[in-house]
Design a protein around this ligand. Structure first.
Ligand code: SF4
Length: 244
């Protein structure tokens, strides 16, 4: 049996290294970014199909924005994105180095069930003479609240179902954050979330809701400036969020 070594991100990746790599990514993102409004940048064009990462968003209206307008954010969002990329690179390098007998694929693209996605780490190790596939989803957050865990788990289960369709039977999966490593109970989750791909595809035809699903999120939302739901809500004079 090939043992697997997994640790929380902050235990194996230094803040200095993250900071250095993050600065490079901020510059790279800004080179390709298009200013579209006061303090807002378009950093990726719209995507034609919903992807599993959309299931991890805190507000479903953000998925509509990614599908219709593209990836829009402000400087804080660009820094957060750059930090996430830096964390991914550094952790993936560490994971390969400490698991030399494990077959590792990073940022591996999957196309199945009329959707596409990219797993952070997909691996295969030998257990009792058999191949065992697993995946790791990295999140550069310090705490895993119940809500975050629910959203991230839904994203992972979409990958698991897509990979099965593509012929890879994932038997173990982990959520790894700055402080935690959480093993996911795949068998139970598969029963609970067997309609997750249908839910994902439903995002593609979702109309702008008339009311924000969670108004409290709008108060600090980076995409508020391009959100039709928020602007409609505000134009009807209903509890407008304070300007930032
Ligand atoms: S402004 Fe509100 S409704 Fe619009 S995407 Fe942000 S959180 Fe969601």
């Amino acid at each position: 049996m090939v043992k697997l070594i997994i640790r929380p991100i902050a235990e194996v990746v230094s803040e200095d290294a993250i900071e250095r790599r993050m600065r490079e990514y901020v510059e790279e993102i800004l080179r390709g970014a298009k200013p579209i409004a006061e303090g807002l940048y378009l950093i990726e064009p719209p995507v034609p199909r919903a992807t599993p990462s959309m299931l991890s968003l805190d507000c479903p209206v953000k998925a509509i924005i990614k599908l219709r307008i593209g990836e829009v954010t402000n400087m804080d969002g660009i820094r957060a994105l750059a930090r996430g990329r830096a964390v991914h690179d550094l952790y993936q390098d560490w994971f390969r180095a400490v698991n030399p007998r494990v077959h590792v694929e990073v940022e591996s693209g999957i196309e199945a069930l009329d959707t596409a996605g990219r797993t952070d780490i997909l691996y295969m190790r030998e257990v009792d003479g058999e191949e065992r596939w697993g995946l790791i989803e990295l999140k550069s957050v310090w705490s895993l609240s119940e809500d975050r865990e629910r959203r991230y788990t839904r994203q992972v289960m979409a990958y698991v179902i897509m990979l099965r369709e593509a012929g890879i039977d994932v038997r173990e999966a982990y959520l790894v954050t700055m402080r935690d490593v959480k093993a996911l109970p795949l068998k139970t989750l598969e029963r609970e979330l067997n309609g997750i791909i249908k839910e994902l595809k439903a995002l593609e035809t979702l109309e702008w809701p008339m009311k924000p699903p969670n108004l409290r999120l709008c108060y600090k939302c980076e995409v508020r400036g391009v959100c039709m739901t928020y602007s409609n809500y505000k134009s009807h004079g209903r509890d407008p969020a304070p300007t930032m």
